[in-house]
Design a protein. Structure first.
Length: 621
């Protein structure tokens, strides 16, 4: 009898991609890499998105592959997993069992669906996996050495017990309430024991455990030489598996013939020659110069954003390095910030105007503080898994020593030419902030920003901090980024109430530059919830102003105040100020920046004091 175990297809990329721990009911598994699953992965459906295939570590010249599906007759599994942690315990007799390959074979022969205790008096009680595992910052994963832990406080009498035939128990002594001090691992042979109070604080080297240099499913022959310090983690902790996901919107122009004529025109002017572009991009007037000439010769208005977008497409198509980085978000901004020129029902991206800009002159403060609102009636997004790390999030140059690709290669090694990915379809609302009002807000609060954000600036500029490697480029736009990011979160939370979407199904995509800022709030999924029309409906003029006002007013007060508003810093690495689960934080799947760089004061602050800026939306209140 085979137990049916399944996850949604999108979950095979995140949160249960290669290397992640998968909890299913009372069982726990680790997902094997794509090389171990090579047959099922390579026979899966292939998808393409050129603008993502050539980007950085997502380099996938052979495109992307969707997670494989189980055969209809369930005779072949779609993904291979291995039971992990290997140490299980019986909730009745509390005896610990190390479950290996032989036990799995025996369980299959006996047609058992779940691991069960072998002690007769337990009545075949289902075994439960241990809560803790060990990992290192270079990405290796293993069980905690519970035998060494049990004997680390009590001298072991020679000959009484040995590691190869370990007999352990995991129980609560009932003397210390519900703390870790009450949980204890004990040797059943020599009675040596130790509680778990110091388990996560202590370096496992102190009990003689060192990194194995491999993943649980790898053999000893595949082990790396690793001297990194081990960390004991809860198996459900985020730091056990940091997936590095890169995503992009599909901007294919099946419905935008105007962009095709611009591409041909730019190529005829030799704008795709590397030397010419490299030299020209050093001039601030480059895009303005070419937009004027294109407007004149093509007989239609061509913006600077269109020039940048078309150049990016030329560069990606030629697959050449031009010596300068063209921000891929610039191209998306150009498409999202204006209506689609034609309503082609086959276009992957369809944007319509909400009429917001026409109301700016006489619509009140909310229309002055929000510059534009576009209705994204359809979008396609591809999310690719570039790799994963453990203990510390990936970022910066050090990433090449810590990040595994999906086929379990280091990022500086030759990896497979495709990456696992998922394509999703949905809808959304794009909100642009008026640059004039933003700059005035930044200017009038500049002194307060410097004082309030000093510690965050220091972290972003510290080359030894992973925060700097991941978010360092935001230092140039930090105040407006925190404003847009916080607004995005409170708006998503309000939309969840208003539109009825599950909060985890709404996502953000931030567009913050020195000269413009905006956010795309969208829902995109592989099932029907990705395109129910609820977000587009909330973006129309009869609903959007009230929804935005409600989000701002709700953020003015938190149920955790005054604690929340008086906390000097909180969140990961102290990167948040006034933000908590009751007011600003959203599910991890919804946030593009690890739920950090949030501060309600940037939205509704009343000012006063050297470190308290006036919130951008304070005039509205």
């Amino acid at each position: 009898m085979t137990r049916a175990r399944s996850i949604r297809r999108a979950q095979a990329i995140y949160p249960y991609g290669p290397g992640a721990i998968l909890d299913l009911g009372q069982e726990s598994f680790v997902v094997m890499d794509t090389a171990s699953n090579s047959f099922t992965w390579t026979s899966s459906v292939k998808i393409r998105l050129p603008r993502l295939e050539l980007r950085g570590r997502a380099n996938a010249p052979d495109g992307f592959r969707l997670p494989p599906l189980m055969s209809n007759d369930r005779t072949s599994a779609a993904l291979k997993v291995q039971r992990f942690p290997a140490w299980l315990f019986c909730p009745k007799c509390r005896r610990m069992w190390r479950w290996g390959r032989q036990q799995e074979i025996k369980m299959s022969e006996q047609k058992q669906e779940l691991p069960r205790c072998q002690v007769a008096s337990c009545g075949s009680s289902i075994l439960v996996p241990m809560r803790y595992i060990a990992a290192c910052s270079k990405g290796h994963l293993m069980d905690v050495d519970w035998w060494s832990w049990a004997h680390s406080r009590s001298p072991r009498a020679t000959g009484t017990c040995d590691r190869a035939n370990a007999e352990l128990s995991f129980f609560s002594d009932g003397l210390s309430g519900s703390s870790l001090r009450s949980l204890r691992v004990k040797c059943r042979k020599c009675s040596a024991s130790r509680n778990l109070e110091d388990l996560q604080r202590l370096d496992p080297k102190a009990i003689g455990q060192r990194c194995t240099g491999r993943q649980p499913w790898q053999s000893r022959d595949n082990a790396e030489e690793c001297t990194a310090r081990l960390r004991v983690l809860l198996r459900s902790e985020t730091s056990v598996h940091y997936a590095e996901i890169d995503s992009a919107l599909d901007l294919e122009e099946g419905s935008d013939e105007s962009s095709d004529d611009l591409l041909k025109w730019l190529k005829s002017k030799k704008c795709d020659e590397i030397e010419a572009v490299d030299e020209a991009l050093k001039l601030n007037s480059f895009t303005s110069f070419w937009s004027k000439h294109a407007t004149s010769e093509l007989g239609r208005k061509v913006s600077s954003d269109e020039i940048m977008e078309s150049l990016e497409r030329i560069f990606e198509a030629s697959n050449e390095d031009i010596g300068v980085e063209v921000n891929p978000f610039e191209a998306e901004w150009a498409k999202l910030s204006r209506p689609s020129p034609e309503r082609n029902q086959n276009a992957p991206l369809l944007v319509a105007s909400s009429g917001w800009e026409e109301r700016r002159e006489d619509g009140g403060s909310i229309f002055q503080l929000i510059g534009s609102l576009m209705l994204v009636e359809r979008l396609r997004e591809v999310r690719a898994l570039k790799g994963f790390s453990r203990v510390d999030p990936p970022g910066g140059e050090d990433t090449k020593n810590r990040l595994f690709t999906p086929d379990l290669k280091r990022v500086n090694e030759q990896s497979q030419r495709w990456k696992p990915a998922i394509e999703v379809f949905g809808e959304g609302i794009f909100i642009g902030f008026p640059e004039k009002e933003l700059k005035e807000w930044e200017r009038s609060n500049s002194t307060a920003f410097e004082a309030r954000l000093a510690s965050i600036f220091d972290k972003l500029r510290d080359s030894n901090n992973w925060i700097a490697n991941r978010f360092g480029d935001l230092a140039a736009v930090l105040p407006r980024f925190i404003l847009v990011h916080t607004f995005s979160h409170v708006f998503m939370r309000q939309l969840s109430y208003e539109a009825g979407y599950n909060s985890a199904s709404i996502r953000e995509r931030l567009y913050v530059f020195p000269n413009k800022a905006g956010v795309l709030i969208y829902t995109a999924d592989g099932d029907s919830e990705g395109s129910l029309g609820g977000l587009v409906r909330q973006g129309k003029l009869d609903r959007a102003p009230d929804t935005i006002k409600a989000a701002i007013e709700r953020s003015a007060w938190c149920s955790n105040d005054p604690i929340c508003i008086e906390m000097p810093s909180n969140g990961l690495e102290g990167m948040n100020h006034v933000a908590c689960h009751a007011c600003c934080l959203v599910p991890e799947t919804s946030c593009s920046h690890l739920n950090v760089l949030l501060d309600r004061q940037m939205i509704v602050g009343e000012g006063g004091g050297a470190t308290n800026p006036v919130g951008y939306f304070a005039p509205m209140l």
